[in-house]
Ligand binder design. Structure first.
Ligand SMILES: C[S@@+](CC[C@H](N)C(=O)[O-])C[C@H]1O[C@@H](n2cnc3c(N)ncnc32)[C@H](O)[C@@H]1O
Length: 370
């Protein structure tokens, strides 16, 4: 009996071990694939293939001012990963022609497409770049300031969310809230404050959808605000959309707005209650406060689904350390559950939180009410 139990246990342990080994092996290949997508994105290799493909390694290197030997290795790796197609697989390596399938081109290059997934590669490089500082934060209880995640993270967030804003924010999400939609289209022209606006694409999308509205975007990150200003100018909206470097929790924030919204940023803040209190003050009576944040479950479960795993990953590697960079900190992290937001809202003086019936796989829409 004792022997049988030991054998069963050994088998169970071996299965458990092999499952983890297999999973990590696959994840390592996936991670390297993502890093090679980053290379293709940043060096314009996909863009060159979409524009001029099929290309040989020398042709790709010429068009992108890269070295032929690296271009060739990347092309072979991408074809091996199934991202590119190759013609003449049996030909000498320098004679093969590589192309980007049309569907892949949309996912990797079309900034306006809801299928645009390339920015996730920028985010993966971004979250990994300050890892030594994260290890230190684990030991000290400190944090990693947002700017330390650099351009890759900033661009990755901006471009990942931009397609959602351009396609859905002003044309589906806000129109689905009747009183808000009506006010944004009415006179006198409505004013909107976009808290934690990042590089400004949400502000720009609102201004584009509602031609009378003026939008003020506020963000703590100087580089994001500079990019937001440039984006608004290049979209021809500089007269109705403005951006400032401000802390959302600053009690001196002034103005009177019809709508205050905070998209994917309350969970990043060291002082989320102060930010919600400021938003409440900025809209006064009759205004609307909206928070858009991650669609995580009501409760912790293990193992979690892909959404929970995605957001725990971002939390550990980015959002929690960003929020912990300022002390004292609420230490929220990306996995801000509805109950946590409700608690923050009540502490900020609101009477409650409604979840709006807007369907989205990744985000949940909250209206904070008196
Ligand atoms: C994940 S990004 C989201 C940006 C933008 N809302 C979007 O959806 O693309 C979070 C943003 O919150 C900003 N942020 C964090 N804490 C802040 C604070 N206390 N005041 C203002 N902005 C803050 C960061 O600088 C960053 O741009």
């Amino acid at each position: 009996m004792a022997l049988d139990t030991a054998t069963a246990n050994d088998e169970g342990v071996a299965q458990q071990r092999d499952a983890l080994v297999e999973w990590m092996f696959g994840a390592a290949i996936g991670m390297m694939d993502i890093l090679t997508v980053y290379i293709g994105d940043r060096l314009g290799l996909y863009a060159a293939l979409a524009e001029s493909g099929p290309l040989t390694p020398v042709e790709l290197a010429d068009k992108t001012s890269t070295h032929e030997r690296y271009a060739r290795e990347w092309l072979e790796q991408q074809a091996s990963a199934g991202i590119l197609e190759v013609d003449g697989v049996d030909s000498p390596s320098e004679m093969r022609h590589y192309s980007l399938p049309t569907g892949h081109a949309e996912a990797l290059l079309d900034r306006d497409s809801l299928a645009y997934i390339a920015p996730i590669a920028l985010q993966m490089v971004g979250v990994a770049s300050p890892l030594p500082a994260l290890l230190e934060a684990f030991r000290t209880g400190g944090g990693v300031p947002y700017p330390e995640y650099g351009t890759d993270m900033r661009d990755g967030i901006a471009l990942a969310n931009r397609a959602l804003f351009v396609n859905l924010l002003g044309t589906q999400w806000l129109p689905s809230i009747p009183d808000v939609h009506e006010r944004l289209g009415a006179d006198p022209p409505a004013r909107v404050v976009d808290i934690g606006c990042g590089t400004g694409w949400s502000s720009i999308a609102i201004a584009r959808a509602y031609p009378k509205v003026r939008v003020d975007g506020l963000d703590l990150d100087e580089a994001s605000v500079a990019a937001a200003r440039a984006n608004a100018e290049s979209e021809g909206l500089g007269d109705r959309v403005s951006f400032q470097v401000r802390d959302a929790g600053d009690p001196d924030l002034a103005g009177r707005y019809d709508l205050a919204l905070a998209i994917e940023c309350i969970h990043d803040m060291a002082r989320p209650v102060e930010a919600l209190r400021a938003m409440r003050g900025l809209v006064g009576e009759g205004g609307t406060v909206l928070v858009v944040d991650e669609r995580v479950g009501e409760e912790f479960v293990a193992p979690g689904d892909d959404i929970e795993r995605l957001y725990y990953g971002f939390s550990l590697l980015h959002c929690l350390p960003v929020g912990m960079a300022e002390q004292p900190s609420a230490g929220t992290g990306t996995v801000m559950r509805p109950g946590t937001l409700r608690r923050y809202a009540l502490e900020a003086g609101f009477g409650g939180v409604e979840t709006l019936p807007i369907e989205h796989d990744l985000w949940r829409f909250y209206r904070l009410v008196e």
